[in-house]
Ligand binder design. Structure first.
Ligand SMILES: *[C@@H]1O[C@H](CO)[C@@H](O)[C@H](O)[C@H]1NC(C)=O
Ligand SMILES: *[C@@H]1O[C@H](CO)[C@@H](O)[C@H](O)[C@H]1NC(C)=O
Ligand SMILES: *[C@@H]1O[C@H](CO)[C@@H](O)[C@H](O)[C@H]1NC(C)=O
Ligand SMILES: *[C@@H]1O[C@H](CO)[C@@H](O)[C@H](O)[C@H]1NC(C)=O
Ligand SMILES: *[C@@H]1O[C@H](CO)[C@@H](O)[C@H](O)[C@H]1NC(C)=O
Ligand SMILES: *[C@@H]1O[C@H](CO)[C@@H](O)[C@H](O)[C@H]1NC(C)=O
Ligand SMILES: *[C@@H]1O[C@H](CO)[C@@H](O)[C@H](O)[C@H]1NC(C)=O
Ligand SMILES: *[C@@H]1O[C@H](CO)[C@@H](O)[C@H](O)[C@H]1NC(C)=O
Length: 451
């Protein structure tokens, strides 16, 4: 008994993540271990698992978020160990119309879920990830454009003067809610496509979406030194009763989008001002004593699985902001460094001795674990490497992905939902029938088994 405790403590001492924050190899060794922990939740390469999906209870969207961090690691550490796993996942989950609306997810997928996957595929574009290796699968750029085009086709001027709804499909709960994250993803997809391709149309859409977010009051920025980013509101009261919870991922995706806009507009003062205020908000609400935290749920110890993952994409967005808006690096880099040091101490739990926790302010593992914990730790730590490699490419300076500006416009969900929006102005019974028909079209024969 005593011997095994002694052995365990020696084992732990030798395996906790000691990092030298100025040494790429040290950081890449540590992130390799964190990714191995992350991959414990991925059974897509094993019998009974699904390619591109993490095990329940993790939703489909979280796979998109996790793979975004892993693409960054592939690039920043130059480690190709997971390249074919990522390739297979991205190809498997494109869906029949190549727009990241796979049939399996029609009962859960919202605009935000598609958007988070879209941001990751765009990441593949900007990091020049190896092109899809399967015949018929469009390039990462075309797939990103399909995500953008299908999302933009769902823009809904009929309620709250614009905006995307949370849900794509009428039958999913939350269809009447317009949320920040779905719109922030659309905003950022447009900004990134605009920066990457140089096509002004995308930048115009990005500005329009951002303006709507401020007009509806989800993003509060004018007249204050810092920005607030709230969660969303229901169309039932014209989006006036706003849920004011502030999540790091909402804040991060809006900040990141503004940083891409700043960079795409060659440093416009309008976007510089927005970046500054969003960044001040980000550092105020989601850092405490130099360590990142999820302020809305962490202290109450009630972060759900989704919320436990938010700091991963938040970290990625801070990293991107630091390269796209160079004058922010002086603010962002020291905060990410102190956070990464705290993460290293947190990643000292579990049977492997380097499982990562949720609360990074403890100086040691806090006993929490999960996919979200691993991916947040991964992205916070690899942020240390963000300036060691060339910045996000555009098609003019290193990117090579094949695009298609019209991708997704023929997608079945786009067309079916467009028709539905026209028809459903009739009575509710009619709408219910249409809903059933859409379900039938999308799911094929399987729908009748559900009733
Ligand atoms: C690359 O990642 C794999 C899997 O995590 C790891 O075993 C390996 O040590 C890493 N290679 C390098 C050079 O860091
Ligand atoms: C859809 O779900 C089935 C059953 O779980 C699974 O076998 C299949 O691989 C899934 N397809 C995708 C693309 O996830
Ligand atoms: C919804 O709110 C907007 C902005 O506050 C207002 O201009 C519009 O008239 C309202 N629409 C309805 C239907 O109340
Ligand atoms: C971008 O800014 C640089 C430096 O101010 C300037 O030389 C260049 O002409 C600008 N390019 C565009 C397209 O505005
Ligand atoms: C845009 O991003 C690149 C890459 O980091 C950077 O070199 C450039 O200075 C940025 N542009 C502006 C206007 O800051
Ligand atoms: C991007 O990938 C293409 C195709 O593999 C390659 O030819 C090109 O050199 C890559 N660009 C950079 C900057 O590495
Ligand atoms: C620019 O993007 C828009 C929107 O997708 C598209 O309709 C247009 O064809 C694109 N223009 C070029 C030159 O690619
Ligand atoms: C969409 O469908 C039309 C008509 O069938 C076809 O001409 C066009 O090439 C399709 N576009 C794409 C992007 O698949």
């Amino acid at each position: 008994m005593i011997i095994s405790i002694l052995l365990l403590s020696i084992f732990k001492l030798t395996t906790s993540l000691d990092i030298d924050t100025s040494d790429t190899k040290s950081i890449c060794d540590a992130t390799a271990l964190i990714q191995q922990g992350l991959m414990d939740y991925y059974w897509g390469t094993q019998y009974g698992g699904t390619v591109g999906m993490f095990q329940p209870p993790y939703y489909w969207w979280e796979a998109g978020e996790a793979f975004g961090g892993m693409i960054e690691n592939w690039y920043l550490c130059g480690n190709t160990s997971y390249e074919s796993m990522l390739m297979d996942a991205f190809v498997a989950q494109t869906g029949p119309d190549y727009d990241y609306i796979p049939a399996n997810q029609t009962m859960v997928e919202g605009n935000d879920d598609q958007g988070i996957w879209g941001l990751t595929i765009m990441n593949a574009v900007e990091r020049n990830f190896t092109a899809p290796n399967k015949d018929g699968v469009p390039g990462w750029l075309a797939l990103s454009q399909a995500v953008f085009n299908t999302m933009w086709s769902r823009w809904d001027d009929a309620h709250c003067q614009g905006g995307l709804r949370w849900q794509i499909f009428t039958w999913n709960s939350g269809y009447n809610y317009k949320n920040t994250v779905a719109n922030a993803c659309l905003f950022q997809m447009a900004a990134r496509l605009g920066r990457y391709t140089g096509n002004q149309t995308y930048l115009d859409v990005a500005s329009k979406v951002f303006n709507w977010l401020t007009e509806v009051g989800f993003v509060v920025i004018d007249g204050q030194d810092y920005a607030n980013v709230y969660d969303g509101a229901s169309i039932d009261d014209n989006c006036t009763d706003i849920t004011t919870l502030e999540w790091s991922y909402n804040h991060g995706i809006v900040l990141g989008g503004a940083a891409f806009m700043y960079n795409a507009t060659n440093g416009s003062s309008t976007w510089q001002n927005r970046v500054d205020k969003l960044l001040t908000g980000a550092t105020t609400y989601f850092f405490r004593n130099g360590v990142m935290y999820e302020s809305a749920c962490q202290d109450g110890n009630n972060c759900n699985n989704d919320q436990r993952s938010f700091r991963s994409i938040f970290s990625r967005m801070l990293s991107f902001t630091s390269i796209l808006v160079p004058e922010t690096a002086d603010i962002i880099d020291p905060l990410m460094k102190s956070t990464a040091e705290a993460v290293a101490k947190s990643c000292s739990g579990g049977t492997d001795g380097h499982t990562c926790g949720l609360n990074w302010e403890k100086g040691t593992w806090d006993g929490q674990y999960g996919l979200g914990e691993q991916m947040c730790a991964l992205e916070a730590m690899q942020s240390l490497l963000i300036h060691t490699k060339p910045p996000l490419y555009t098609q003019y300076n290193g990117g090579s992905s094949v695009g298609d500006a019209n991708a997704g416009l023929n997608s079945s969900t786009t067309n079916v939902l467009k028709n539905h929006l026209n028809i459903s102005n009739g009575d509710r019974a009619g709408a219910a029938i249409v809903t059933a028909i859409i379900l039938a079209i999308l799911l094929g024969g399987a729908v009748w088994m559900l009733f």
